[in-house]
Write a protein that binds this ligand. Structure first.
Ligand code: MN
Length: 240
């Protein structure tokens, strides 16, 4: 039995191919996985418990169907941080904190979405602290659904415009921040998404051999990280 990690599916009704691939992945993997970790940005946007989840509900339902045999864990990303514990429970998922550290198959693993590692992007970090603030979110929840959907659309456009003009290096992780996280946590493996730069990086921290595993976004391909007692593998598949 193995544990699977995925992130950044950005599920959206405009990309039915990704939704179908996710459902197919769930169907094909349910026999062989014991745990599934979704490390953020599962959906492209989420505005509250009453989010209509247009087009993406089938993906949530697929998770619910395996939740009696697979432990499914959900971590917030920068797109879906408004998904509540209640919504997670509705679909059989356990909401986990960011970061989360776990001992798995005798490995010390640190899980993050990854946006907090991008400390060079000062404007983004400012925005992040605003929207991850409880008061901001409480105030957001008091607004009517229509208004929240509009705000989410505006934020997505603003974020896309900002991303288009930012230098690539600014949007990647800050190397020192990665070293600090691995050093302080004493983890051997850091797994995160967010940057859409899938790769397994080997690094040495305090004379320990460590890995930073970056999951990829599901646009043209899917990226699935499998971990069991013997091996680690990051598989990329073309979406059919
Ligand atoms: Mn992200």
């Amino acid at each position: 039995m193995k544990t699977i990690f995925i992130s950044d599916l950005h599920l959206d009704h405009k990309r039915p191919k990704v939704i179908n691939s996710f459902i197919e992945f769930i169907t094909n993997s349910k026999q062989s996985m014991e745990r599934l970790y979704i490390l953020g940005d599962f959906v492209e946007s989420w505005v509250g418990d009453d989010d209509p989840a247009i087009g993406t509900r089938s993906a949530f339902e697929a998770i619910r169907t395996i939740s009696d045999r697979v432990d499914v864990f959900f971590m917030h990303g920068n797109r879906d941080f408004m998904i509540s514990k209640k919504v997670c429970e509705r679909y059989g998922m356990t909401l986990i904190n960011e970061p989360t550290q776990l001992d798995l198959y005798q490995r010390n693993i640190l899980l993050m979405h990854g946006d907090t590692l991008c400390t060079d992007d000062v404007n983004y970090q400012k925005f992040r602290s605003m929207v991850r603030n409880k008061e901001w979110q409480d105030q957001m929840r008091t607004k009517p659904l229509e208004e929240r959907l509009k705000i989410a659309d505006q934020l997505r456009i603003q974020s896309k415009n900002a991303t288009d003009t930012k230098k690539e290096i600014i949007m990647d992780v800050n190397k020192e921040e990665v070293v600090n996280c691995l050093s302080e946590s004493k983890a051997d493996i850091l797994i995160h998404g967010h940057t859409h730069r899938p790769k397994i990086h080997d690094l040495t921290i305090d004379r320990r051999k460590c890995k930073r595993i970056v999951l990829g976004d599901w646009e043209q391909k899917s990226y699935i990280l499998e971990l069991d007692k013997d091996q680690i593998s990051l598989t990329e598949l073309n979406l059919s």
